[in-house]
Design a protein around this ligand. Sequence first.
Ligand SMILES: CC(C)(COP(=O)(O)OP(=O)(O)OC[C@H]1O[C@@H](n2cnc3c(N)ncnc32)[C@H](O)[C@@H]1OP(=O)(O)O)[C@@H](O)C(=O)NCCC(=O)NCCS
Length: 209
Amino acid sequence: METFSISSRLADLSIHGRRLRSSSDELERYYDLLSGGEKAIANRFATDELRERATLSRGFLREILGQHLDIPADRLEFEMGDKGKPRMKPPLIFFNLSHSADLVVVAISRTTEMGIDVEKIENHRGHEEIAREYFTTAERAYLRSLSEAERVATFYRFWTAKEAVAKSHGEDLSFALKVDITSEAPHSRTEYWNLFGVFALSVAIPGEY
Ligand SMILES: CC(C)(COP(=O)(O)OP(=O)(O)OC[C@H]1O[C@@H](n2cnc3c(N)ncnc32)[C@H](O)[C@@H]1OP(=O)(O)O)[C@@H](O)C(=O)NCCC(=O)NCCS
C-alpha cells in the first residue's frame, strides 16, 4: 500500500492517504509544489526525516486538491483559521489533514467542512491515562464495560472520533474534551475505519455543540 482512497458514507466526503516515504525524485517533485512559506516551514525541522514528512504531507495535500479541482497543484493558496485549521483561499473545496507515524490522510468534500484524525494503534501506550485526562465519564464507563481486546479498539475509535469532531469545527484539544462519543445528543456525524489493522481513522462532519 503506497496510496489509497476511501469513500465515506458521510456526504460526498472522500479520503486519500499515502505512506510518508518516497524516492528522492518524488521528494523533489513534492518540494517544488510547495509555496515559499511552506518550504520555509519544512526546512525549519531539525532532522531529514521530519523535513521529508512535512514536505510529503503538504505536497500530497496539494496534489490531491489539484487533481480534484483541475488546477496546477503549485498554484493553490491556503489561509489559516484562528486555531490553525488550514483552508483554501478562495474556499473552492473543503479539506482536512492528519498524520501519524508514516501515514498521511487527507479528507476532501465540495459540500461540507469536516475533520479527520488518524492514529497508529499501539497496545502498550498509556490508554488509561489518556482516557482519564480526555474522555468523559460516560466514555470511561463504556470502556470499562468491555473486554481487554475490545477496549483497545474502542479506545482508538473514541480518541480519533473526538479529535475528528474537534478538527471539523477548527477547534483544538480543549473542544474534544466536551465531545461525548457515547451520547445520543445531536452532535457531529462520524465514521470510523481500522486501516490495515495498524491505524485507527475517523472523519467527522460538524454538528451542534
Ligand atoms: C490540530 C489538533 C486538533 C490535532 O493535532 P494532532 O492530532 O496532533 O495532529 P494531526 O496530524 O491529526 O493534525 C494536524 C493537521 O491538522 C490541521 N490542523 C491544524 N490545526 C487544526 C485545527 N484547529 N482544526 C482542524 N485541523 C487543524 C493541519 O493541517 C495539521 O497538519 P500540518 O501541521 O502538517 O499542516 C491539535 O491542535 C491538538 O490539539 N492535538 C491534541 C492531541 C491529543 O493529545 N489528543 C488527546 C486525545 S482526545
